[in-house]
Ligand binder design. Sequence first.
Ligand code: BGP
Length: 476
Amino acid sequence: MSILNENFLWGGAVAAHQLEGGWDQGGKGISVADVMTVGAHGQPRKITDGVLMGENYPNHEAIDFYHRYQADIQLFAELGINCFRTSIAWTRIFPKGDESEPNEEGLQFYDDLFDECLKHGIQPVVTLSHFEMPYHLVTAYGGWRNRKMIDFFLHFAEVCFNRYQDKVTYWMTFNEINNQANYQEDFAPFTNSGVRYKAGENREELMYQAAHYELVASALAVKAGHQVNPKLKIGCMIAMVPIYPYSCDPEDMMAAVSAMQKRYWFTDVHVRGKYPPYLMKYLKRKNFKMDMTEADIRALTQGTVDYIGFSYYMSFAVKGGGKGPAFDYDESRDLVSNPYVKASDWGWQIDPLGLRYAMNWFAERYELPLFIVENGFGAIDEKLPDGTVDDQYRIDFLKAHIESMKEAVEYDGVDLMGYTPWGFIDLVSAGTGEMKKRYGFIYVDKNNAGQGTLARSKKKSFDWYQQVIKSNGEKL
Ligand code: BGP
């Protein structure tokens, strides 16, 4: 008997702009993701001023899923997944974002894609906004610094719910909405909120304002989705990186508590429909002027989520020492490396047990079903002459994480809906814009310079994951 329930959702996760390509086809508009720089190895991407990066710009063609999805889904079916997490490119549906009429060709593309999935017994799991938005909304309105975005997003969400309600049951509103808590790094707020900071602005204040509008938009979308069809299950999507105290020094412990609050208050708003008291105190103490109306507060309570989707890749550690009672955690300043865990080539700390910790943390606080919608190991894979890749390191990573996930279910009683490893077919990295940071069970022949046949081949991990699914997580 399997530890996991028999309807467990085994899948794989991707995002539109990282695999589709066809960036200017089918009436699609330019998205934020089409105008970012490509980071050097290990370096975060920067924001361009909308300068397109030339023909080899990674996500313009990406892995050409836009034209190859039928053959790819055939391969996904062979892998055995029963769900496929992807996102809808907002710019395929509303090329500029502020139109009232959607682009029928874009809507049709996702109809065809979802039909193809369902034909193979794979149900789509859809994120509405995964690190992208129409670029026009950034240039004309300033992105989520502008309240008008709420209506644009809501309209987009309603069009999608209405159109796909019979094909898609599981939805998420914003991918890793809490990533922008790291407001010091240009990339994180830009991808989440389309906000470009101006010199002299208080970045942090602006981040809270933009996040507030996003959270209101999310709540209104959840409410609208339930009105369209009460069967829809609409979740949030949180980037979960548990932050440990560096030591058992009470100062470190308290620093970890504050750090967790700073990263995860978003979940409180999504799940409980209100801001936690520590955050209200903080906003007041900082004297941030927030545009937060009575109607907003009402909206938040009326659009709470049905489940918590989250990504898990790594954990962090923090030191308190001497920072005082109002320890104002700053992610770019206060993190320290954890001597007990190793890290990937990109410095991501590898911590399988942290997944069990994270699941417990969510489950105890929120008492909602959980869905692990991203987890994986980004590595430089070497393709062997026979076209395969011996990615035992990836298998080891995922195996340890699935074991930890099963322990959370078996021993801690966590209610877990499913598991969709990230980038299960190689795609463009969101963090660096590169092709060489690969997560897949399926190799895609394309190098960092954008050259390659785009041919797909199976890595060693393909067969491994196939048997994991077949045994419902028993054979690791
Ligand atoms: C998450 C994002 C994904 C994704 C993944 C891996 O933060 O939701 O879009 O890409 O991380 O990150 P990267 O591509 O930077 O390795």
